[in-house]
Ligand binder design. Structure first.
Ligand SMILES: Cc1ncc(COP(=O)(O)O)c(C=O)c1O
Length: 435
């Protein structure tokens, strides 16, 4: 692999775009030094960069591209809609059709509002919860890394710069699978907590009774339960993780997989909350997700086509099957290379990630970088192992081969010292307070 052109372009990207990318998770600092490809095009599970390198890609579109790049039924639907106009002065029929299609997957949700980014959807949920309860604080799961770019969330992240202290003080954190930690927040801040917000699952699965207990606590203390399905939606189950696990949120938020990479997200849930964004009530109105581009028609056409594919084809089953093949193969390869405890394969099969640990068993950015260096060299690109519907069994098997070779080098680096094998500076967490 040769990254000459990508490396030459880097300076131009950084001169014009803060951080050199429009999303931090895509930044050069997330990749081994001088090995951060600039992409030209994608097809299925593959991408090609400006140097002409071809990669099997994982976590495409930051997990938004669940069917595969340039997936024909989706781009054809978007293309057809382009001929009919992108945005009007009044709602288009497709806004209703897309709402009907979306809500058909979630029998317990009554209403939906579409927007462009997941962050807006989650912030909309928080606003509704505050308006509904008349309270100002929110309790978010401290083990889940990201909910929104907005101040109420970023103010308590690892990168709180620019957020007023008073805003930061309104967001509290509880621990996943730890109901006493949530109850303690309710008890410490009586009558103050408007919303409880978390994802259904990251690398740790919900303990039996956790979500029922959380629901009970929300009922008892009068808080709105918001489930963030940005990653789990249309991946764990066609009805989201709420269907997969039988979770009963008041509001939930979707994005990513909803439109196969097109910009569509959604806030959905119970009518008594959602209607505050309308005008069929006599309470104070809530300014809910009203943006110029919120209902851009070709995005909604892409979403409808994506949902249609999910409805007609075994997308979810395939994501789980391919993921299982991948995790089984990687775990067996890790055993052969004697790195099992250093490179754990984590998460549900439909949403896998790899860990990287040093000889002391501590999470290690240098070892993560080494693994990415060796897999990139061999044609696999990704900061995760998140599959899409276009990964064939052959793609999965090739990935396992690539990782098997990388694991051998990982083992050598454990035994002989990483400096001998790592070519540049290590990667850094995307969300950190200083460069
Ligand atoms: C769980 C979760 N919630 C919300 C968001 C925000 O979505 P967006 O980046 O579309 O604003 C993300 C983004 O990665 C996410 O992973």
């Amino acid at each position: 692999m040769n990254f000459t052109e990508s490396n030459t372009l880097r300076e131009r990207f950084h001169r014009l775009i803060p951080g050199g990318a429009h999303t931090y998770a895509k930044g050069d600092d997330q990749y081994p030094e001088n090995m951060a490809p600039i992409i030209v095009r994608g097809h299925g599970c593959r991408v090609w960069d400006v140097d002409g390198n071809e990669f099997i890609e994982y976590g495409s579109g930051l997990r938004a591209v669940t069917l595969g790049h340039a997936y024909p039924p989706v781009i054809e639907a978007a293309r057809r809609q382009l001929d009919l106009g992108a945005n009007f002065v009044r709602p288009a029929m497709i806004e209703l059709e897309c709402a009907e299609s979306f809500l058909s997957f979630l029998p317990k949700a009554d209403m939906v509002k579409f927007c462009k980014d997941g962050s807006d959807a989650v912030s909309g949920a928080i606003k509704l919860a505050r308006a509904h309860t008349g309270r100002d604080m929110v309790a978010i799961c401290g083990n889940h890394p990201f909910f929104s770019v907005d101040d109420w969330a970023i103010g308590v992240s690892g990168m709180p710069g620019g957020v007023p202290t008073v805003t930061r003080s309104l967001t509290l954190k509880f621990n996943y699978n730890d109901l006493p930690s949530l109850k303690a927040l309710f008890d410490e801040h009586p009558g103050r907590i408007a919303a409880v917000l978390l994802e259904a699952e990251k690398e740790t699965s919900p303990a039996p009774g956790f979500f029922d207990g959380l629901r009970t606590l929300c009922n008892r203390y009068g808080a709105v339960f918001v489930l963030d399905e940005m990653i789990t939606g249309f991946r764990w189950h066609i009805g989201g993780a709420q269907t997969y696990y039988g979770i009963e949120p008041d509001l939930s938020t979707f994005g990513k997989a909803l439109a196969n990479g097109f910009s569509v997200s959604a806030l959905t849930g119970k009518r008594e909350l959602m209607r505050l964004g309308g005008f069929d009530h006599d309470q104070e109105r809530v300014f809910l997700l009203s943006t110029t581009h919120g209902a851009e028609t070709h995005g909604l056409a892409a979403a409808m086509a994506t949902m249609q594919v999910y409805r007609n084809e075994p997308v979810i089953d395939t994501l789980w099957q391919r993921g299982r093949r991948l995790s089984d193969g990687l775990r067996a390869a890790a055993v052969r290379a004697n790195v099992t405890e250093y490179v754990p394969i984590l998460g549900q099969p439909c949403c896998l990630v790899f860990g990287s640990r040093d000889l002391q068993g501590q999470p290690s950015q240098p070892f993560r970088t080494l693994l990415m260096q060796e897999t990139l060299r061999r044609g696999v690109l990704g900061t995760s192992l998140v599959v899409n519907y276009s990964h064939s069994e052959d793609d999965i098997d090739r990935t396992i081969e690539v990782f098997s070779e990388a694991f051998v080098i990982y083992r050598r680096a454990l035994d002989e010292g990483i400096d001998k094998y790592l070519c540049g500076r290590p990667v850094k967490p995307a969300i950190r307070p200083f460069a």
